[in-house]
Design a protein around this ligand. Structure first.
Ligand SMILES: [Ca+2]
Ligand SMILES: [Ca+2]
Ligand SMILES: [Ca+2]
Length: 485
């Protein structure tokens, strides 16, 4: 029995080797090079060129959703209606067949995105739109000019925001595909305030109204002082706060995003500035990029007329002649030191300061304001501020240091012109990033203002910015053309 099995195996082996020697074996075809799924945008062709092993003299059959569509090695899918399609390829020869199956999704190139007025709407598109080449956007129809389309950078989805409800129509092009994005902007469900809604932070630099505007009471913490500032400057009926000397700041926000309307001023910050009594505060803006309601996003600098140089200001020459420091420092840093004594403190050498321009000196106490000028609630013995220091704009009209007129900059600062003046308003398009590049902000949620001038002005004392009411011009229905001069 055993011997017989061996004999049979030998015969099989002999037959196999002789077959190999005499004629070529025809093997069944094997398909590769077709993915399980494809997604394309409507109107786009999909060329399928599979690789077939053992494909000589093979036959081909392509079936789309069960219907025969081709008998060629390659196939071009060009179904234009959005939907899902199943494509099967069968390849056969005399030894057998192979089959490949793929699912093709045809995505719509037109889409609708919904959002509320005065909020940022992300224009995130499906991947199949992005895969066709760089996206280019343009506005086809807008029911109002109070909107903004903003692509902050190539990596993130563009942002859209409108102050007016309605249907906005945009074209988006990607390679040879042109799609339409309909943005339906509906009424904001919240009752929105046109005025400052929140105060996030407050730290005045030493100054003659510090601890008085708002009033510090014994035991007040930083949070208490921020709450007191909020009581003053939020809402329609607001009062003044002081930011103290150079660098002192307040950070506040709105209960919605203020739209950066192209060619228009967007918001106003009030103070108590008027002719010859201007104490410019530098303005920084930010939008809630991470959507958490907190001002922890990138800040941008509003470039007023003097953020780089004061040479174009009307008073520049007279300020130069009366000995002002008319330099503009973009990297200024100043440290104020807690006075060693408060009771009977020396008036001339009251609060010591140093800066990063190798200068030092003392802030004076004047005879009108006897309270501490150093923010009492701050525990630290010194406070350091950073930012832009504007040219000294207080011009001594007497020539003897006794009568200073505090000249206004042309535009772009808080507490610099009277509240009814258009130059107390701001265009978000004035913003630059930390590298000095102009930015295309969609709008802003947060504002920071800090005192921009470091100067003692005779008996009127140091230059300190006041901040009062702030408002969204678009929500108020106020239209002011962009100020360029
Ligand atoms: Ca604007
Ligand atoms: Ca003022
Ligand atoms: Ca945030």
């Amino acid at each position: 029995m055993k011997q017989r099995i061996i004999y049979t195996l030998l015969i099989v082996f002999a037959a196999f080797t002789s077959c190999k020697d005499d004629a070529e074996v025809i093997l069944a075809p094997v398909i590769s090079g077709i993915d399980k799924t494809y997604t394309i945008v409507e109107g786009r062709k999909l060329e399928l060129s599979p690789t077939i092993e053992n494909g000589n003299n093979a036959t081909y059959l392509w079936q789309l959703d069960g219907e025969e569509v081709a008998q060629t090695p390659n196939y071009v899918f060009e179904e234009s209606n959005p939907g899902e399609y199943t494509l099967i390829l069968k390849v056969g020869n005399e030894s057998g067949t192979d089959e490949a199956k793929t699912s093709i999704t045809v995505g719509a190139k037109d889409m609708t995105i919904e959002g509320a007025a005065h909020t940022l709407i992300s224009l995130e598109l499906p991947d199949y739109m992005k895969g066709n080449g760089d996206l280019a956007w343009s506005v086809l129809e807008a029911p109002s000019e109070l909107y903004r389309f903003s692509q902050m950078n190539a990596k993130e989805a563009p942002l859209f925001i409108a102050a007016e409800v309605g249907t906005y129509l945009m074209q988006v092009s990607s390679g040879d595909i042109n799609g339409e994005v309909t943005i339906i902007v509906s009424e904001n469900e919240n009752e929105l305030s046109s005025y400052i809604a929140n105060v996030f932070d407050y730290l005045p630099a030493p100054g003659q109204f510090v601890n008085k505007m708002p009033v510090y009471e014994e035991g007040d913490t930083h949070e208490d002082m921020v709450a007191k500032v909020a009581e003053k400057i939020t809402g329609e009926n607001s009062g003044f706060i002081t930011l103290g000397g150079w660098g002192g700041y307040v950070t506040f926000g709105f209960d919605h995003t203020i739209v950066n309307v192209a060619g228009k001023q967007d918001f106003r910050i009030e103070g108590n500035g008027f002719t010859n009594s201007s104490e410019p505060g530098i303005v920084m803006v930010s939008y809630d990029a991470n959507g958490n309601g907190e001002p922890d996003d990138e800040w941008y600098e509003i470039v007023g007329s003097g953020n780089f140089t004061a040479e174009n200001e009307e008073w520049y020459q007279s300020a130069l002649e009366t000995g002002n420091d008319v330099n503009t420092y973009r990297d200024f840093e100043m440290t104020y030191y807690r006075p060693e004594v408060e009771e009977n403190a020396p008036l001339k050498e009251y609060i010591r300061w140093t800066n990063n321009k190798d200068q030092e000196g003392y802030k004076e106490k004047n005879s009108f304001h006897k309270q501490s000028y150093f923010p009492i609630w701050v525990d630290a013995d010194e406070i350091t501020f950073n930012g832009v220091r504007l040219a000294q704009s207080g011009v001594d009209a007497s020539g003897q240091g006794s009568f200073f007129t505090l000249k206004s900059y042309k535009y772009g600062y808080a507490d610099n012109h009277s509240n009814s003046d258009n130059r107390s308003t701001f265009d978000i398009d004035w913003a630059i990033d930390k590298d000095g590049n102009k930015v295309n902000l969609p709008g802003i949620d947060f504002v920071k203002v800090y005192t921009g001038v470091d100067q003692e002005n005779g008996w009127v004392g140091e230059n300190y910015t006041e901040v009062a009411r702030g408002s969204d011009l678009h929500l108020l229905g106020t239209s002011i053309d962009s100020i360029n001069e």
